[in-house]
Design a protein around this ligand. Structure first.
Ligand code: PLP
Length: 454
């Protein structure tokens, strides 16, 4: 019999793990299972990470209850003095970390942040250039099935056939011919540094806004492990939950003034910063998620610590070490390597699809996602590639030596993809391997200590 509702009525303490177990056994049990999975597998999804206990505490705090439509000092609800301070704190930390003039911390996630950018800068039907999805761009940069591809005139740019890196020369020619109003720089599956200066030059030549989407690399940028686009771009958008290791959310950085105000927005009485804010609220969103903004503030405090610089640089060192180890084992990598936190295995000459390899790897406790490679002959739902990322394992404290071991695990599975005994053996070895490391937000134990989740 389920008596959990009786217990819910007497709930009076600060919500915690034990309360969850009492109120909802099933969700609690799913949570424990997810924790168990994350403690015993290798999280190599390039967009995932482990938020710290402090970030999780703020995410699960009473700030989740507060309605605060509007912006600090101009809210549509009463009782917002404290959350005004909180939002201002997050904004100030963001501006100082990235050196930007303006920051908006209210977007619910990366895609809503990008929607707001479109609404602040363009009118439907305007031309937008973005890295194509097969080239490593994001859905919101003008892909066919996304609003950005249906409501705007999409002009994808691609990669150089030989280098598999952005072909800046062709990009410039296309921009000159098409004269887009917005150019995106950024991606979701691009293992190399972006040349923001070159992009800024091209955008300026054709009177286009330049927007960087740093969803994947914001943590690397804060750490000084990837160039900062802020000085080069009109607007910069990001998620807060990838390499920067915060809560699920988004933010937008921008200049205050619009350099094309006269040209593209002569009738607007609002500058660029104000148009971004108004696009987020009230055009697209209602009340901001104050618990997420609290957690973002904590994330930025953590990211400002010198140890975060070490962390970000180690992410890149680890990705390079993993790339090198895989190359030595005879694997092909898109662009031949990596400058950032991710690498893309090119499995076109192997017997199975990217999807099939990802499934086999998951059976062995290696969690990664299949991904298109340039010139991929397979459908996007199966692909010929696997994307691997180092942020999460770096958060566990792994270094170059562990990357060599991970490459050995991957190789074992990929060489015998249809042998369940191999999967099972690697699965056990991976679990043993992971047990020596702390998982932020899940365990704080040292090797050999209690296995109870904290
Ligand atoms: C992840 C990502 C996004 C979208 O973020 P969501 O939070 O999943 O909406 C946008 N742009 C890029 C480049 C991304 O990698």
């Amino acid at each position: 019999m389920d008596n959990s509702s009786d217990r819910a009525i007497v709930l009076r303490d600060t919500p915690g793990r034990s309360t969850l177990a009492a109120v909802d056994y099933r969700v609690h049990e799913l949570l424990l299972r997810q924790e168990q999975q994350e403690r015993t597998t290798l999280k190599l999804i390039a967009s995932e990470n482990f938020a710290s206990s402090a970030v999780l505490e703020a995410t699960g705090s009473i700030f989740t209850n507060k309605y605060a439509e509007g912006y600090p000092g101009a809210r549509y609800y009463a009782g917002n003095e404290i959350v005004d301070e909180l939002e201002n704190l997050a904004i100030e930390r963001l501006k100082s970390l990235f050196g930007s003039e303006h920051a908006n911390v209210q977007p619910y996630s990366g895609s809503p942040a990008n929607q707001a950018v479109y609404r602040a800068l363009l009118s439907p039907g305007d031309k937008v250039m973005g890295l194509s999805l097969p080239g490593g761009g994001h859905l919101t940069h003008g892909w066919t099935v996304n609003f950005s591809g249906t409501d705007y005139k999409r002009i994808p740019y691609g990669l150089h056939e030989k280098t598999q890196q952005i072909d800046y020369h062709r990009l410039r020619e296309t921009a000159k011919r098409e004269r887009p109003k917005l150019v995106w720089v950024g991606g979701t599956a691009y293992p190399r540094v972006f040349d923001y200066a070159a992009m800024a030059e091209i955008a300026s030549e054709v009177n286009s806004y330049l927007v960087a989407d740093i969803a994947h690399i914001s943590g690397l940028i804060v750490a000084g492990a990837h160039p900062n686009p802020v000085g080069h771009c009109d607007v910069v958008s990001s998620t807060s939950h990838k390499s920067i290791r915060g809560p699920r959310g988004g933010f937008i950085l921008s200049r205050n003034e619009d350099r094309y105000q006269e040209l593209y927005h002569p009738k607007s009485k609002h500058n660029l910063a104000k148009r971004i804010d108004r696009a987020v609220f009230p055009l697209l969103q209602g009340g901001p998620h104050m618990n997420i903004i609290a957690a973002l503030a904590v994330t930025l405090q953590e990211a400002a610590n010198p140890s975060f610089r070490t962390y970000g640089k180690q992410i890149v060192k680890n990705a390079k070490a993993l790339a090198q180890a895989l190359l030595e084992r005879g694997y092909d990598l898109v662009t031949g390597g990596t400058d950032n936190h991710m690498l893309i295995l090119d499995l076109r000459d192997r017997p199975l699809s990217g999807k099939a390899y990802a499934e086999r790897l998951a059976k062995a406790g290696i969690i990664a996602n299949f991904n298109m490679v340039p010139g991929d002959p397979r459908h996007p739902a199966v692909t010929s590639g696997i994307r691997l990322g180092s942020p999460a394992v770096t958060s566990m404290g792994m270094r170059e030596a562990e990357m060599a071991q991970i490459s050995a695990f991957i190789d074992l599975v990929c060489r015998q993809p249809n042998d369940p005994d191999v999967h099972a053996r690697v699965r056990r070895d991976v679990a043993d391997f992971c047990a020596a490391f702390e998982v932020p937000g899940i365990t704080n134990r040292k090797p050999g200590k209690s296995k109870v989740a904290t």
